[in-house]
Write a protein that binds this ligand. Structure first.
Ligand code: UD1
Length: 429
């Protein structure tokens, strides 16, 4: 297994190109199941999760084509992926594939809508909480699906097709919103989703579905209305820039000090995180084509932050913020409200000398003068990158083991950071 070796203590200076968003690319790829024509996605990041989803979709009959680079394309521009589900050859998503990535469960919506049946294994993914699928099942039942559980599989049927309905989610769920919205595009009549996720990736998926002929209003707000249509067609759609990657590098610069332009980043996708960074003492400015983050001279100020669904502070940046808070002049308080077990980075940060106390869902982080390099273990995707941030600021050498978690969500991380002066390399295992 590969590991990442970091020698800390270097400031970051330069430009970091931001990739297409993993969390937008995955539902967009899944939307290709809704039509027999080609869905072309631009700016798709080259990530392990994207590769795994290609395999899962291929199993259902999706052909894919990756376009080569054109003259003038930036070396860091993402790939263009053409996905064609001319025929769905299998409506089963098997355990060995779905158990490796939770988002692959979302195929249940389009398969059911287009084929009237789907048999999808219960999901796996990061071990950050129980992550049930009850909201998905509730939403699909509200659209007329019959659902039963059969030996670890969800079996969903709608022999006469799905019918529009009213879906009210008890809590905000990004995945359930994506899934029910996709299913409703081909249902007969109108569907109203209440308490829908407002994440930018939901609005991005709706924009793409709109190009494919779907009739959707209100995506990006908590009430989405979908008027079903008999069929969808092909489209071309660029993937949004990754707001979590943006926030991660912004936290890294705030932690190490320096001056970096996050090229291609859109500030409105992560305003709450940028506000927290400003409170922590970083200067954040919108510049042409991106965001500039600077921390020179000033120390890191403590912060009090609670994660929340969009537009609140994202749970996917909680671990990275904690790494930053370990360097603050004072005590920070970070409360996690989305996932019940998303603190596995705490004990690893402690190995580097961080002072963190956990009380229920709140971590109290008292800044220390310095962290000291050590061997640490990546436990999940976002936790792994918080260890990289901590390693960048620590004295001496840090080795982050099990970096396959990082490869699920961060494209060319070592390259992007070393171009800005970090001493970081991948050690092949
Ligand atoms: C998505 C993101 C993930 C992010 C999360 C929250 C992708 C690929 N992943 O995950 O990076 O951390 O949103 O912003 O986009 N829940 C239920 N029942 C359900 C569904 C969800 O109880 O049927 C709960 C979950 O356990 C969790 C909360 O709802 O506590 C939010 O989860 P959800 O928004 O569904 O997360 P994902 O879509 O899996």
């Amino acid at each position: 297994m590969d590991s990442i070796r970091i020698v800390g203590g270097h400031r970051l200076n330069g430009t970091i190109p931001i990739s297409g968003a993993k969390n937008a690319a995955l539902p967009l790829m899944i939307a290709s199941l809704l039509t027999n024509e080609t869905l072309t996605l631009e700016n798709v990041p080259d990530l392990a999760d994207v590769g795994l989803l290609k395999r899962i979709l291929a199993n259902h009959g999706v052909d894919y084509m990756v376009s080569g680079k054109r003259p003038g394309d930036l070396p860091n521009s993402g790939q263009t992926l053409g996905l064609t589900a001319a025929e769905i050859v299998d409506t089963t998503a098997p355990y060995d594939l779905v158990s490796r990535m939770r988002a692959s469960f979302w195929v249940i919506g389009p398969l059911l809508a287009r084929m009237g049946e789907a048999r999808v294994s219960l999901p796996g993914g990061c071990a950050i909480g129980t992550r049930p699928v009850d909201f998905f099942l509730m939403g699909l039942r509200d659209l007329g699906a019959e659902i039963e559980l059969d030996r670890g599989y969800v079996v969903a049927r709608a022999p006469g097709g799905l019918k529009g309905g009213r879906v009210r989610f008890p809590n905000v769920s990004v995945g359930a919103t994506h899934t029910v919205m996709m299913a409703a595009t081909l249902a007969s009549g109108e569907t109203v989703i209440e308490n829908a996720a407002r994440e930018p990736e939901v609005a991005d998926l709706a924009a793409c579905l709109g190009k494919m002929g779907a009739r959707i209003e209100g995506a990006g707000t908590s009430t989405i209305r979908i008027e079903g249509v008999p069929r969808l067609h092909g489209a071309v759609h660029p993937v949004l820039p990754d707001r979590i990657e943006t926030g991660t590098y912004a936290m890294a610069v705030a932690a190490t000090g320096g001056d970096v332009i996050l090229q291609g980043a859109h500030p409105e996708l992560l305003q709450s995180a940028l506000d927290v960074l400003a409170t922590a003492g970083a200067s954040v400015a919108d510049v042409e084509g991106g965001i500039r983050i600077v921390r020179n001279g000033a120390g890191v100020e403590p912060v009090t932050v609670t994660t929340a669904p969009f537009p609140g502070f994202p749970t996917d940046l909680q671990a990275q913020l904690m790494a930053l808070a370990t360097r603050a002049d004072g005590t920070s308080s970070i409360t996690e409200t989305i996932f019940e077990n998303r603190f596995m980075h705490v004990q690893e940060l402690a190995r580097l000398g961080a002072d963190i106390r956990l009380n229920g869902q709140t971590a109290t982080v008292t800044g220390v003068k310095s962290l000291k390099g050590a061997h640490v273990m990546a436990t999940d995707l976002r936790a792994s990158v918080s260890l990289v941030i901590a390693g960048l600021t620590a004295e001496g050498e840090t080795t982050v083991n099990r970096v396959y978690h990082l490869d699920r969500g961060f494209e060319r991380l070592e390259e992007k950071l070393s171009a800005c002066g970090a001493e970081i390399e991948r050690v092949r295992g």
